[in-house]
Ligand binder design. Sequence first.
Ligand code: GLU
Length: 262
Amino acid sequence: MFHGREIKRVVVKVGTSTLTHQSGHLNMQRIDHLCRVLSDIKNSGIDVVLVTSGAITAGVNKLKLKKRPEDIKGKQAAASVGQSELMFLYDKFFSQYGYTVAQLLLTKSVTEDPQLRENVTNTLETLLNLGAIPVINENDAVAVEEIVYGDNDMLSAVTANLINADLLIILSDIDGLYEENPSENPDARLIAVVDEITPDIEAVAGGSVSGVGTGGMVTKINAAKFAVPHGTDVVIANGDRPEHLYEIIEGKPVGTLFKGVR
Ligand code: GLU
């Protein structure tokens, strides 16, 4: 039970930093572990949708580039190569735990057009009815919003809205929202619960940094600001240990909870 209510649908967003070793290569053990925990959550009767980054990283490795491209078109090209590699891995790992994946490449603009929004909602609902696990990334060949700024944070909030998710979990390389920047003040305190996203909370987020991913805390707060008014609870937590997802769904105090408006 999650803070007095049953979770029926969860969107989990995982960023590049969580999926990647410091060396810049994909962290296979982490991806496998994540797939195992998500499959188990699905086994418990909860609908799971995964929003994932990592396509650029996978493409950089596959193309044997010495470093991540700095220009947008280079990133888009790398993502196009890496997306199939990423899906190959998700397909392989989820299959191992008995689940079928579906790839959806979305852009935020799709959800702003009523017809396209209805189409994608129908696809998602049908996939969930079929018992599949939708795996979503931004369509990096045609949209650059999340490459430039966001690392899929907003896309995950939009997805949560599309399927009326009870809970959105944003996994990052930081434990949650801190009162101060923890890399500057090691005694900075983690904020456990945010009842309302006030200007003070936004100011706190502006001062914090979350490592290697494109999206920092600001884009995560913006995602929470989008999801919370639609009644979705949002948890920002560290993705280093995927089993934290069990604790989050049980309502245990992990990361920072932004309470959905009800
Ligand atoms: N959609 C991009 C990817 O999957 C976002 C990554 C990023 O901005 O770090 O690689």
